[in-house]
Design a protein around this ligand. Structure first.
Ligand SMILES: Cc1cc2nc3c(=O)[nH]c(=O)nc-3n(C[C@H](O)[C@H](O)[C@H](O)COP(=O)(O)OP(=O)(O)OC[C@H]3O[C@@H](n4cnc5c(N)ncnc54)[C@H](O)[C@@H]3O)c2cc1C
Length: 319
């Protein structure tokens, strides 16, 4: 049976990110799933969690003489253990850089920002990828071994299979000389938020110029739905919300199951970052706003009336 290695996306505190279990779930359709953890801290229950989603082996890699937070160090460490036919990972900035290092070292083909992965009838790895601002879905076959595919967070639903805990195999890797020349002198984690990460959230509530700077009703709805808050470039340029919240061509790409846009016109530069969302809901008083062309549900109305009413109704239904 062919072996699939999943590069685990995890926090510095040692916990798996949801996208890691999504990649493990996707890997099950391709072969025997093994996982790799690069870094020092790892929570004790990680082998059980991985086993519950079908991974048989967890390769735990420690790097002796360089900072494993550096993507070049992770890439080199991955080369030392990745003897598998397929390598899956998360299409984050870090995931893309680590995959690029592995690809250069092994000559592997890489597909990033994939929304699905499978084998075709001849056993090749084929990944789906949306292009041209989400208007087309392409299928890309990777002809190398290993084949590297990075999945967008949220593209696959993580489904447990209740297997035994993954067997842990320890590896100690010495960093390449070039990596040993880099020293991290300062590291400031961004302030933790109770809301999920924008790039991997199931629900994203997005505000634009129509909020006029008041994101209160959006934050309220996001909290009711357990979602993240995003924004258009206008809103971030105005300083109404941080630039990390910008969705679009020059911002974050999101693929939530539910996108709610309030006070957003749906300009092409914004659409490029959200058009592949599952269900799109738009709230805008202008019935001609372009966002209604791609919306599954449209509410022609004022966000300051609609959003509080929706939040109140959801709260009432939940008791
Ligand atoms: C090179 C380049 C890159 C860009 N990259 C990005 C990007 O990554 N992301 C991005 O978002 N933009 C990007 N832009 C900007 C983009 O072209 C648009 O200008 C921007 O998306 C518009 O933001 P908006 O929808 O908030 O504002 P507007 O287009 O001004 O729309 C505001 C909407 O709010 C509605 N509205 C007003 N009041 C209310 C209310 N009370 N309730 C509900 N609705 C209301 C209005 O009817 C209107 O439709 C880029 C532009 C360029 C040139």
């Amino acid at each position: 049976m062919s072996e699939v290695l999943v590069l685990l996306d995890h926090t510095e505190d040692g916990d798996l990110r949801p996208a890691a279990l999504e990649a493990v779930t996707a890997g099950r359709a391709l072969g025997d799933v093994q996982a790799v953890w690069i870094g020092e801290r790892m929570s004790a229950d990680v082998p059980e969690q991985l086993g519950r989603y079908g991974a048989s082996v967890l390769h735990r890699v420690r790097v002796t003489d360089a900072d494993a937070r550096l993507t070049a160090v992770q890439g080199a460490a991955l080369v030392a253990v990745a003897t598998h036919d397929v390598v899956l990972g998360t299409s984050s900035f870090v995931g893309k850089e680590v995959a690029a290092h592995l690809a250069v070292a092994t000559g592997a083909g890489v597909v990033s920002d994939a929304t699905a992965v499978r084998r075709d009838d001849s056993g090749r790895i084929v990944a789906d990828k949306t292009v041209l601002a989400g208007t087309w879905t392409t299928q890309c076959a990777v002809l190398t071994s290993p084949a590297i595919v990075l999945l967008k967070a949220g593209a696959v639903v993580a489904e447990p299979v209740d297997g035994p805990a993954a067997t842990v195999r320890e590896h100690t890797v010495s960093a390449a000389a070039a990596s040993r020349g880099i020293r991290v002198v300062e590291h400031t984690p961004t302030a933790a938020s109770d809301r999920p990460d924008l790039g991997s959230a199931d629900v994203v509530v997005v505000g634009g110029r129509g909020t006029d700077g008041d994101f209160g009703p959006l934050e309220e709805l996001a909290d009711v739905l357990g979602g993240a808050v995003g924004a258009t470039r206008v809103a971030t340029d105005e300083g109404w919300i941080g630039h990390e919240a910008q969705i679009g061509q020059t911002g974050v790409t999101v693929t939530p199951r539910l996108y709610i846009g309030a006070g957003v016109s749906g300009a092409v530069h914004h659409r490029g970052g959200m058009q592949a969302s599952g269900t799109i809901v738009a709230i805008n008083p202008d019935p001609e706003a372009p966002i209604f062309e791609i919306a599954d549900y449209g509410i022609v109305g004022d966000l300051f009336e609609v959003l509080p009413a929706v939040s109140a109704e959801l709260r009432a239904r939940r008791g």
